[in-house]
Design a protein around this ligand. Structure first.
Ligand code: 6GU
Length: 260
């Protein structure tokens, strides 16, 4: 996969892309990341990338010309046609990023990411150039750079060959639409806290059953809205209903204790 990132701060990307699985993916040529400084696509002596907003108001708006020119220069550099090349603007106005979107993007050969900055980006960029606008959550960051790193991380780890063979992205939290079961390693007892008995039993059927119950219980406690969309069998739906009916106080009190 090739990823081109347009930003005013390319140096922000240096350390995340030079560590761990990311560096390995780059070394193995599973992914190629090209950083482009939007300022390099200006033509005036001051290298102006932003300007005042028409209609007034505080804050500067990123100008359209350098962003269009940067994207057009990247496009002219590649063989494939315009179709199927996502051009993504990272902005709090975008669609909320999800594991499903990461999976979809991981199937693309090439991505272009544009990091918004300042108070916004000229709307003609959104309307005429970008194919998707993505936000990573309901909070405001100083710019799209950290959001682009989040998207790139989530996508790259899904590329074939990036993770070790034993770790499968299919086991991830959220790829099933549910949270993960709790994990333990040695020692079996630490400061008086024991690993659940069943995990030491060697009974694989019991372990699988316990883990599945933990997945459902944990999702019900922490992210109940995920269960509505999750892929559960009839028996598991019944378990959810039983837990909901029989443990409402415990479930509520574990995260929002009620006084008295
Ligand atoms: Cl993509 N950009 C900015 N500036 N803030 C955000 C965001 C993106 N996603 C959540 N907050």
């Amino acid at each position: 996969m090739r990823i081109d990132i347009l930003t005013l701060f390319p140096q922000m990307f240096q350390s995340p892309f030079s560590c761990g699985i990311f560096q390995r993916a780059i070394d193995r040529k599973l992914v190629e990341v090209n950083l482009h400084n939007i300022r390099d696509y200006t033509h005036d002596t001051h290298h102006t990338v932003d300007d005042y907003a028409y209609g007034g108001g505080a804050g500067m708006v990123l100008k359209p010309e350098p962003i269009f020119e940067a994207v057009e220069s990247i496009k002219s550099d590649i063989k494939e046609g315009a179709g199927g090349l996502p051009i993504i603007l990272l902005t709090p106005q975008g669609r909320l990023f999800s594991q499903q979107m990461a999976q979809e993007l991981s199937r693309c050969k090439h991505l272009i990411l544009i990091c918004g900055r300042y108070e916004g980006v000229d709307e003609r960029v959104c309307e005429q150039l970008v194919t998707d606008e993505i936000s990573i959550g309901d909070y405001v960051l100083g710019g799209g750079e950290l959001a682009a790193m989040v998207v790139v991380d989530a996508v790259v780890r899904l590329l074939p060959g990036v993770l070790g063979s034993e770790a499968s992205p299919l086991d991830d939290s959220h790829s099933s639409g549910l949270l993960e079961y709790p994990q333990y390693t040695r020692p079996p007892e630490f400061r008086g806290w024991s690993v659940p008995e069943v995990l030491l039993s060697g009974n694989h059927a019991q372990i699988a059953k316990w883990r599945r119950e933990q997945v459902i219980l944990r999702t019900l406690e922490r992210r109940p809205e995920l269960l509505d969309k999750a892929d559960l069998c009839a028996e598991e739906r019944q378990l959810v209903d039983r837990l909901k009916n029989h443990l409402p106080r415990e479930l509520n009190s574990s995260h929002s204790p009620t006084p008295g």
